[in-house]
Design a protein around this ligand. Sequence first.
Ligand SMILES: Nc1ncnc2c1ncn2[C@@H]1O[C@H](COP(=O)(O)OP(=O)(O)O)[C@@H](O)[C@H]1O
Ligand SMILES: N[C@@H](CCC(=O)OP(=O)(O)O)C(=O)O
Length: 371
Amino acid sequence: MRDKIRNARRLVVKVGSALVTNNGAGLDKAAMGDWARQIAALRATGKQVVLVSSGAIAAGMQRLGWQKRPHEMHKLQAAAAVGQMGLVEAYEDAFSRHNLHTAQILLTHDDLADRKRYLNARSTLTTLLELGVVPIINENDTIVTDEIKFGDNDTLGALVANLIEADALVILTDQQGLYTADPRCDPTATLVSEGRAEDRSYEAMAGGAGTGISRGGMITKIRAAQRAARSGAHTCIASGNEADALIRLTQAEPLGTLLYATSSPLQARKQWLADHLQLAGDLILDEGAIAALRSGRSLLPVGVVEVGGEFERGAAVACRSATGDEVARGLINYSSSECRRIARKSSTEIEKLLGYIDEPELVHRDNMVLR
Ligand SMILES: Nc1ncnc2c1ncn2[C@@H]1O[C@H](COP(=O)(O)OP(=O)(O)O)[C@@H](O)[C@H]1O
Ligand SMILES: N[C@@H](CCC(=O)OP(=O)(O)O)C(=O)O
């Protein structure tokens, strides 16, 4: 089972507030430097890693000399703004020692709920990964309000795993993994080694946050594993204090708790596409394009003869034959007006016609299901 983590090519690593700030005592730069070293080692073996790091509010509180986490939203937001500076500065310094560039990405729930912004966030993140950069993500605490915030970074980590179709989500925390009960309250609790992410019985074992600094606790980690599994990502919950935890996990060592997904990322995605799409438009294809799709290729603009409906980038569209039969459906990379301008044209002309190019395909095969 642990091969699942060894074989993961793209990983999201989440580190929680308690770890990053040494239980609120200020940024633990030694620990941050150690994760950076391990992530650099992973990169050197060809793995792509996105880091989701908490700690802005805790670091800001420390910089401002506050002992207790305030309740007022504006104070929390102010602390996050102060602390995020220190957080990314420390990571930049740590990764630069391994000749790695970092990029700060602050996300809100809105960014991932809106299809267009979701796709844009996805292409930026995958571009950064291809450039060898380590993206460092946190919630945009400074601008979110109560109703729209993720609230804990476990959920954010899972959403990022869904967003970039990661193979694994590694949640580093201050416990060895999931125990049969909160080990702070029940000393007889034992570590769960592995199980199906979808197994609902784990929810009953998990309690709330361990410290005043953290938000989520174990329950948000279990729900994050369920959510990550929906896009086929396996989740590992392990201790960030364990020496070389990241390296050892990717060598298939049975550290912490593995909550594995039961379908592959592509199967999961295609299932979602098949079940959940509300079609926003139609593309009429020529015979050549229909044959290309049926042999498993992406749809290029050259094979589209007509565009029906009004839609935005990221919308779901049906690909049809001239007689109206649905051949496939998928998520489109250009809006309807852009599609009309590039239909029947070669992909090499997209940039000239639109003034920019997002992708050479209209619908990528990974975002398409045949009917
Ligand atoms: N069944 C459980 N197994 C392990 N830890 C649990 C469990 N239930 C609750 N917890 C608590 O969850 C805490 C980890 O979550 P949290 O405090 O939110 O940390 P983080 O900042 O890493 O997200 C642990 O310190 C522990 O007290
Ligand atoms: N975005 C917040 C993190 C929220 C939080 O505490 O999350 P977690 O450590 O996962 O319980 C921050 O940077 O302070």
